[in-house]
Write a protein that binds this ligand. Sequence first.
Ligand code: AVJ
Length: 348
Amino acid sequence: MCIRNGGYAVETIENPIEPSSTTPDQVTVDVHLPPGGPLSGMAADVRAGLSRPFKELSPRYFYDERGSQLFEQITELPEYYPTRCEREILVEQAMAICSAANNPATLIELGSGSAAKTRVLLDAMQSVGCLDTYVPVDISEEITRDTAEKVASEYDGINVRGLVCDFELDLERIEAGGPRVIALLGGTIGNFAPQQRAGFLRRIANLLDADDRFLLGTDLVKDRATLEAAYNDSAGVTAAFNRNVLAVLNRELQADFDLDAFEHVARWDPENLWIDIRLRSLTDQIVNVRALDMQAPFAAGEEMRTEISTKYARPGLESIYAEAGLEMTDWFTDSEGLFGLSLARVAR
Ligand code: AVJ
């Protein structure tokens, strides 16, 4: 274990500062964004999505500042149980998770954001004495720096190696001491289309050594009423969150979407086991996207997909792991069985 010895330095790879030998505590933030920044692939992506007969936008564009705030509000809604349930699992079972994951030295968190839930795991790791390194990985440089510095100041002797990248694209091997846990919390994997998910999990399998574990949060299949209520809250926050993606396009791609000309739709699809989240055009309209030099016609009643949120059951998830060369080792749920956390290892 490192012993805290003074402050910590924040450095970037572009402008490295030699870590001082008298400060074993350190924070580094490595930036691996494409030249155009986090939104560099957006234009081509949106063009493709708006050109298809069944239009579709990627959920990754929800999270500008306003979208992130709206999502925060969603997590506090009475109808939206996943965040509360996942937190309950972490709080109640952090020690069990920590020991099932071989008392890891390193926690790598994909989509770490403000790392609100992570602290529960870091606390458990610290109390067992295994905590050495935390690697927050997020697309937002500002949030990652902030999180990295805060975590470093909160945990004695911890090394923090922030990584700013699109974890779907640039998840290169992270050289930090093992055993390691790579965590993807919050049910984010629910947003991945099946093929995208398969590719992602295979890459995770490739990153894991025998002692390493993957920790995954998944919302679980349950009755339609509960599921649909979580995505059609009575306060209309989810509707505002969904429509906000149009404001992002208006700003980033000089589009002229009229947010009031679209309504929020979220339906449970029992065949695909996902909530299908869409925006439905209320009128016949033509949307101009100046930066793409493109016009997108919408018929009245036409629906554009903005997100899927897949729900899982343990056996299905075990098969999904197996197809990716992973093997579930442990399964944790909340008291009501609404949300699942699983640990997986590379298949033997
Ligand atoms: C952040 C992807 C887990 O799918 O439940 C919440 C996003 N969308 N309400 C989810 C979301 C609408 C959320 N994830």
